[in-house]
Design a protein around this ligand. Structure first.
Ligand SMILES: C[S@@+](CC[C@H](N)C(=O)[O-])C[C@H]1O[C@@H](n2cnc3c(N)ncnc32)[C@H](O)[C@@H]1O
Length: 281
């Protein structure tokens, strides 16, 4: 386990996943019934943008760095930017909130967060950060295994974010699919947000067809590319599969992704896609 999210924090991939997360949370808050958020690969929670890792690999400058002062940002970016602003005290962008902090920002007092993180240092840092928040439980354990053990939750309502590091892409794709298929049997009405690096289009299409059983499971795929993706090149594109998406999400992402792709573009090969599977309504 060499992956450290601090090197990549706030990049285009984080923006796609956290924008989707913030919009789904906004939708979940519309009903009074409490919900649970399960973050299977949570990271350390908060990242200083002047920290050693973020300074050595400043991917965030071409990501959240381009959004911080974006006066004409589309309203669909509002929930994500509110979470980022809440993690920064002043006018200067100094820190980026990871998914557990983003989730807590979008949750109410009776909602609950289950955050799993396998790396001891990251899990320890997250536990210390969330120690005073009674809504949060941090587990130093395998997030895929936890999906099998902890779902369905007593709330029977919620979202599961699956965001593995893909140090071994085939391994994490396979483990995600296996855990997702099992979870869908036990907790089929939750919303699942599964983030994937987009390097090989056919790999993503095959995975999505398998997970949605050819359209039997409702899902929405959202892709964001800041340059032309190549199988062995650096990460310039990523894809979110949202299973059981809120009915509002397709239109929201359709409005958000075109200006976002233009804002984050590194070349004229930047692009986006929002596509519902056949079963989605
Ligand atoms: C992409 S990062 C997560 C970023 C976080 N979700 C966010 O959006 O801020 C992946 C994290 O998963 C952790 N990890 C790796 N394998 C894991 C596993 N099997 N179960 C839980 N966490 C794991 C890594 O240590 C790393 O912190």
């Amino acid at each position: 386990m060499n992956y450290r999210h601090a090197f990549h924090v706030g990049n285009h991939a984080d923006i796609l996943k956290h924008a989707c997360l913030a919009l789904v949370l906004e939708h979940l808050r519309r009903k009074a019934t409490p919900f649970v958020v399960m973050d299977t690969h949570a990271g350390r929670g908060r990242y200083a943008l002047d920290g050693e890792e973020a300074t050595r690999s400043p991917e965030w400058r071409a990501g959240v760095g381009r959004l911080w002062d974006w006066a004409e940002a589309p309203p669909e970016l509002g929930p994500l930017m509110a979470a980022i602003r809440a993690a920064n005290e002043g006018e200067t962008l100094a820190a980026y909130p990871g998914s557990p902090l983003q989730a807590l920002h979008g949750m109410r007092p009776d909602d609950r967060l289950t955050a799993c993180e396998l790396h001891p240092e990251e899990a320890g840092a997250l536990r210390r950060r969330l120690a005073d928040d009674p809504r949060a439980q941090v587990h130093e354990r395998d997030g895929f295994e936890a999906m099998g053990a902890l779902l369905p939750p007593p709330e029977r309502r919620g979202l599961i974010l699956i965001d593995p590091p893909y140090e071994d892409r085939d391994l994490d794709m396979g483990r995600s699919m296996k855990a997702l298929k099992r979870a869908l049997v036990r907790f089929g009405y939750a919303t699942y947000l599964w983030w994937r690096p987009l390097k090989d289009l056919r790999e993503i299409e095959r995975a999505d067809a398998e997970i949605t059983s050819g359209g039997l499971v409702k899902a929405l795929r959202a892709d964001l590319a800041v340059d032309r993706a190549t199988p062995e090149g650096r990460l310039v594109a990523s894809s979110m599969l949202v299973i059981n998406p809120p009915y509002t999400l397709e239109a929201q992402l359709g409005a958000l992704l075109p200006p976002l792709a233009a804002r984050l573009a590194l070349s004229d090969k930047a692009g986006w896609r929002v596509e519902a599977t056949a079963g989605a309504g």
